[in-house]
Design a protein around this ligand. Structure first.
Ligand code: B12
Length: 223
């Protein structure tokens, strides 16, 4: 079996320690953080049939969830931190030290899926973005209040639950009504991917964590 397929399988089976050891080895070898994110995400994606309203095999899904979180926290974070520490150029180091942008991120109200959001938050933190992670089940007004208080450049909203999508469009409207329409709203997560920027009234729809990071890194809030 290919090593990345093995990692997917270990996550899927909830073998947390083995998954961490496998990811660690792959990251020391020729695999990138992108490869690892893709493999662990694939590992969870195959569990969709064990996570329906009718058939909910909670233990299997939670064990896989734990394995994924451990790979993110123990391997991906470490790899990104090492990358930062190894920057040879002093100028680059100084530039990296001061976050220039702030992201307020959370999962929309009614939805408890937070693995994707956790991944995005981790990647952004190690890429010079100040991250305020609100958690899951977050109401529109909580996003808006935090974004204004923290002088955010971006609100990142995640949703994997189709029924929760209608609330998302109110984030931008509420920001606009309060005079903060220049804060960009970015959506991500499997349910959001099935929708459109227009329907959700957001500025950008990211199909994965790296697309989100590119957007945060390459755009600016027009203050
Ligand atoms: C793990 C999981 C759970 C776990 C969640 C644990 C946790 N802490 O997150 C638990 C067991 C709690 C759970 C519960 C339920 N689940 Co569930 N779950 C899943 C599963 C198997 C994997 C999701 C996952 O984490 N994937 C891995 C991450 C990394 O992927 P991701 O979130 O898409 O994130 C990536 C990108 O989308 C992006 N991204 C995500 N968010 C954001 C945000 C921004 C700003 C950006 C830039 C990018 C970004 O970055 C990530 C990396 O690229 C999916 C199946 C699937 N294929 O998605 C079902 C799934 C999401 N669940 C589903 C359901 C139905 C439920 C339950 C209702 C089941 C039940 N019987 O109660 C409950 C929901 C309760 C609730 N109110 O929310 C359905 C949702 C269907 C729908 N479209 O509405 C799915 C799709 C399975 C299915 N049957 O089709 N679930």
């Amino acid at each position: 079996m290919e090593p990345l397929d093995e990692l997917s399988m270990l996550v899927q089976k909830g073998e947390n320690s083995l998954a961490v050891a496998c990811a660690d080895k792959l990251l020391r070898g020729s695999c990138s953080v992108e490869d690892i994110v893709s493999a662990v995400s694939d590992g969870l994606a195959v569990l969709r049939d064990k996570c329906t309203v009718e058939n909910f095999q909670l233990l299997d899904v939670l064990l896989a969830t734990r394995a994924m979180v451990e790979v993110v926290d123990e391997c991906i974070s470490k790899s990104l931190k090492d990358e930062m520490d190894n920057l040879s150029n002093e100028h680059e180091k100084t530039a990296k030290a001061e976050p220039q942008k702030t992201l307020v991120i959370g999962t929309i109200q009614g939805d408890v899926h937070d693995l994707g959001k956790h991944l995005v938050a981790t990647l952004c933190r190690f890429n010079n973005i100040r991250v305020i992670n609100m958690g899951k089940d977050i109401a529109v007004e909580q996003f808006v209040k935090a974004a204004i208080k923290e002088k955010a450049d971006y609100v990142g909203v995640s949703s994997l639950m189709t029924v929760c999508l209608p609330k998302i469009k109110h984030i931008k409207t509420s920001l606009e009504l309060k005079g903060y329409g220049d804060i960009k709203v970015v959506g991500g997560g499997a349910a959001i991917q099935q929708s459109t920027i227009e329907t959700l009234n957001i500025d950008y729809l990211a199909y994965d964590a790296f697309e989100g990071l590119d957007y945060f890194s390459n755009t600016n809030r027009a203050r």
